[in-house]
Design a protein around this ligand. Structure first.
Ligand SMILES: Nc1ncnc2c1ncn2[C@@H]1O[C@H](COP(=O)(O)OP(=O)(O)O)[C@@H](O)[C@H]1O
Ligand SMILES: [Mg+2]
Length: 235
């Protein structure tokens, strides 16, 4: 459904991704794990259009979208919660959620999708009129995911949904992501929390130094020795 092929990318002359490639297949959870600084968030920016590659191709639903700007990718069904969530702190939780539904197709269904998001995260219904800046980290994460869902995506793209959350909330968020997948949604997710992520994943990629060093079903990647090597080996 979504593919990256031969991607080179970076920031102001510093190359971060080198021949990066991956595939997120329809209806399953694909996770991208790897140590801090490996290039996971940069890879997601290539997916959601916040960064242009210097080389390589991004394809979605069989089309080349490498040159499409971020808002057009969202309109086509790539629903993304980027690094740091990027909520508007002075807008309410519901205001932030509704911003996710700006594409015409999503806007027409906004009330219905909002009810769906509140059913998924009942806590957000209670906190609907609280300014996003005053929400807890876990609530903000729910708003971030909820806002991506408001665009009625066919693929949900999440950058470190567990970052900064208490362990109990981490498992709750991961359960919700699994629930979404059971409902037929495709998920591409970046995580530092490799074990928790691989537990709900269908397929995983391990990144190191801007490229994939290992790929396979979670059972293979959960091999402790191999993971340790991938995380701590140099070069
Ligand atoms: N906006 C930016 N400007 C310059 N360098 C960046 C920027 N964002 C990330 N980097 C650099 O790119 C590399 C990969 O970062 P990132 O993709 O965020 O890694 P990860 O998400 O795997 O921790 C790091 O060396 C980081 O310092
Ligand atoms: Mg990151």
């Amino acid at each position: 459904m979504l593919r990256l092929d031969g991607i080179d990318a970076g920031y102001a002359g510093t190359q971060v991704l080198r021949q990066m490639g991956l595939e997120a297949k329809q209806g399953v959870i694909t996770v991208l794990i790897g140590p801090n600084g490996a290039g996971k968030s940069t890879t997601l920016k290539i997916v959601n259009g916040l960064l242009r590659p210097t080389r390589g191709q991004v394809s979605f639903a069989g089309e080349d979208i490498t040159k499409l700007p971020a808002h057009e990718r969202s309109a086509r069904g790539i629903g993304s919660c980027p690094e740091g969530r990027r909520l508007f702190p002075l807008l309410t939780a519901e205001g932030n959620l509704r911003l996710g539904a700006y594409a015409p197709r999503a806007r027409a269904a906004a009330d219905e999708t909002l009810a769906y998001v509140y059913d998924l995260f009942p806590r957000l219904r209670e906190r609907a009129s609280v300014k996003a800046g005053r929400l807890s980290g876990g609530e903000q994460q729910m708003v971030g995911i909820g806002r991506a869902l408001m665009s009625k995506p066919s693929i949900l793209v999440l950058d470190e949904p567990s970052l900064g959350l208490a362990p109990k909330l981490v498992s709750e968020i991961f359960e919700k992501i699994h629930e979404l997948r059971q409902g037929g949604l495709t998920v591409l997710m970046v995580e530092q929390n490799a074990y928790a992520a691989l537990r709900i994943a269908d397929f995983g990629y391990v990144m190191q130094n801007g490229r994939v060093v290992r790929a396979g079903p979670p059972g293979e990647l959960l091999d402790l020795e191999a993971l340790r090597r991938d995380y701590f080996a140099i070069g």
